[in-house]
Design a binder for this molecule. Sequence first.
Ligand code: NAD
Length: 499
Amino acid sequence: MQELTHFINGAHVKGTSGRFADVYNPALGEVQAKVPLASKEELDAAVAAAAAVQPAWAATNPQKRARVLMKFVQLLNRDMDKLAEALSREHGKTLPDAAGDVQRGLEVVEFCIGAPHLLKGEFTDSAGTGIDMYSMRQPLGVVAGITPFNFPAMIPLWKMAPALACGNAFILKPSERDPSVPLMLAELLQEAGLPDGLLQVVNGDKESVDAILDNDTIEAIGFVGSTPIAAYIYERGCANGKRVQCFGGAKNHMIIMPDADMDQAADALVGAGYGAAGERCMAISVAVPVGNDTADRLIEKLVPRIEALKVGPYTAGNDVDYGPVVTAAAKANIERLVQSGLDQGATLAVDGRDYNLQGYENGYFVGPHLFDNVTKDMDIYTTEIFGPVLSTVRAETYEEALGLAMDHEYGNGTAIFTRDGDTARDFAKRINIGMVGINVPIPVPLAYHTFGGWKKSVFGDLNQHGPDAFRFYTRTKTVTSRWPSGTKEGGEFSIPVMD
Ligand code: NAD
C-alpha cells in the first residue's frame, strides 16, 4: 500500500502522528494509498519553518518571484498528462475534465506572473507643499489555504499562486480524499526554483485545520468547501484575529425562458448538470423553465440526452461523459436524497437508480437522474446534492423564476437562457448571485476576473483570483513624507489638512 507524505522544506516527509486516512480509487471502490493526517505539532513546525524563510522571499523583487511562476507554468504544461491521470485516479473525473482542472489553475498562475504590475501601489506627488503620499502592498507573512476534494489542482493553484507572487509563504492543507496532485504541484514549484519552505503541503483533517485556525503566526486563511465548514472556519479564524475568506456550497439555478433555443439549453443543462458527476460548485442543479409549455419542451429534449450519457471510469478517456462520485458515503448520500425526492412527491423523468457498470460493480458510480415537478419545500431543492441529479422546478412567470433563485440561501452561480436582451439584462442586474451566465451555463470567470458567490456561498469580503487575490494576500501601507523637512512652524494640534 502506497504511503503518501507531507511536503515540508522542499522534501517529502513521512507523517509522524500515526494517524492516516484511506485514499480511494472511486472507479474501483478500492483503497489505493493512505495519507498521513498531521498533528498540531507537525502543522506548527511547518509554519515555523515557513516563517523563517518568508522574509527573504518578501525581499526578493516581484519580477524574480514572477519568473519562478513562469517556469512553473512551463512545468505544469510539461506534466499535464501525468497530473490529469493522478487527479482522475483519486477523484474519479474524466481525463479531459481533469486536464481542465489543471488548466483553470494554471491560468491563474499565468495571471500572477503580472505581479510586478499588480503590486505597484499608488503615488500622489505633492499632496501638500513638499508632501508626497504613497501606498505599498506588502505581503502578510505566512498564509494558509484549506481546499476541497472536487478541484484538487485548480483551487490549490488559485490560492498558492497569488499568495506566493505577493511574497508570502503558503501552507496548503488539501483535501484528504485526493492529496496526490497537491504534492505533485509542490514538487513542480520546487523544480521551478521556489526556495524550500515557502510552500508547505500539510496533509490532514480537522486536527490540522484547527491547528491552522489557532496558529498565531498564520495571518490569513483561504478556505473552499461546504458551507457548514466554511462558517466554522470563518468564525473561529476571525475570532483569532486572522483575515479569512471562505467559499461554500451552492445550488445553481438555470432559468429557461419560452423564447430560448431549446436544443442549446438542453445541451447546456446536460453538460452543466452532469459533468464531473455534478460534483462542481458551479454545476447547475436546478432547471427552472418558465411556463408549462417550455417545461414540457425542455423535458422532451433533455430525456434522450440524459439517457444517452456514458458513465464510466477515467481509463476510458474521451469515451465517458462523467465518472464515479468520490466516496461510498457521497454515493449513499445522493441515493438517500433521491429517495427523499420521491417520498416528497417529485417525479423521476430519468431514473438513474440501480445503475450498474459491468466490471466496476464496487465503483461509486451513480446513474443520471432528472426530477420533474420539484417544489421549494423539498429536500432535493433546499440541499446541495453534489451528484448527477438535476431538479426541474416549473415556474409560471419570469418573476417567479427570478424569485426562486433570489430566495435560495445559496448564491454562487446562475444562468438564464433567452433570446431576449431586455430579459437577460434585467436578470443580470437584479439577481443576488455572484456569477451570472447569459446563455452560458457555467459562468466561471477567467483568471483575470474574480470568482466568488454571494449569500451562504461565501463568508468574507474579497473574491478569489484576479485583482482581489492581490488585495487579499497583501496589506496596504500608506506613507506620507515631507521633503524638504525643514518647515518649522511649531506643533500642529488639529488634524492636518492639505493646503
Ligand atoms: P468539505 O467542507 O467537506 O471539506 C473542505 C476542506 O475542509 C477539506 O480540506 C477538509 O479536510 C476540511 N474539513 C472537512 N471537515 C472539517 C471539519 N469538521 N473541521 C475542519 N475542517 C474540515 O468539502 P468537500 O466535500 O471537500 O468539497 C465539496 C464542497 O465544496 C461543496 O459544498 C462545494 O459546493 C464546495 N465548493 C465550493 C467552491 C466555491 O468556490 N464556492 C468551489 C469548490 C467546491
